[in-house]
Design a protein around this ligand. Structure first.
Ligand SMILES: [Zn+2]
Length: 227
């Protein structure tokens, strides 16, 4: 049986070519072969491109992973910086406040303590049922009593002497006014202390304090009747 070319259908006598299980004339065999080689090359090229793309994607993924890691690290270090800063700030504030709280006692304590030291000491207060403390100055009168150790402020009066100067006193007249008030201080204090309901009938111990000796003596002699 005479074979025919698979591509052009020409009758093949001696010069037939077997290619991929089919018979071709030499011309068609070359064309088919060339076409197959081209297709094969295209396929290879396509596979190469896909592989290339895959590689690029993989590289990109690695890059973005590295970038993510770096970003995370940067954020972490920023966070640490902020924390450090706020810790420093807090420490600074703490030191400032510590300094402040150290300053306060040296400024305010002596004044408070001075007043307090003028009171009876703790033992004296506990050894007596009733005690009276009177502090008197030209413009100030304070009376404090203790009943079975319990403190109570009985009187706390202040008077403004300078206010009257606005009424048109000359300096000399004002000084006279002040002097007169000083002389009257005892009277002023006695009047306030002597009002009914201010003091108890009797005290176990009375202490009078004043920067002016004459006023102190005047008050002490007045308060004798309460002992
Ligand atoms: Zn052919």
């Amino acid at each position: 049986m005479i074979k025919r070319c698979k591509r052009c259908n020409k009758l093949l006598f001696f010069r037939s070519k077997l290619y991929m299980d089919n018979y071709y004339c030499p011309k068609c065999a070359a064309i088919v072969q060339a076409r197959d080689i081209e297709e094969e090359n295209k396929k290879l090229e396509h596979e190469k491109q896909i592989a290339e793309k895959k590689l690029q994607l993989k590289k990109a993924r690695i890059r973005s992973k590295i970038a993510d890691k770096r970003l995370l690290e940067e954020l972490e270090s920023e966070k640490r910086e902020l924390l450090k800063k706020s810790e420093k700030k807090a420490e600074k504030l703490r030191l400032k406040q510590q300094k402040k709280s150290k300053d306060i006692p040296t400024e305010e304590y002596p004044v408070k303590r001075q007043t307090h030291e003028l009171y009876f000491d703790r033992d004296t207060i506990h050894q007596h049922d009733t005690l009276l403390y009177v502090e008197v100055e030209v413009n100030k009168l304070t009376a404090v009593e203790w009943l079975h150790g319990k403190k109570r402020v009985v009187l706390s009066h202040k008077r403004e002497l300078r206010r009257t100067r606005a009424g048109g006193f000359s300096a000399e007249k004002f000084q006279k006014f002040i002097d007169a008030k000083k002389k009257e201080t005892g009277e002023w204090a006695v009047d306030l202390l002597g009002r009914s309901g201010v003091l108890r009938d009797k005290y176990d111990l009375i202490k009078v304090v004043s920067t002016k000796d004459n006023i102190k003596e005047e008050l002490e002699s007045y308060l004798e009747k309460y002992l």
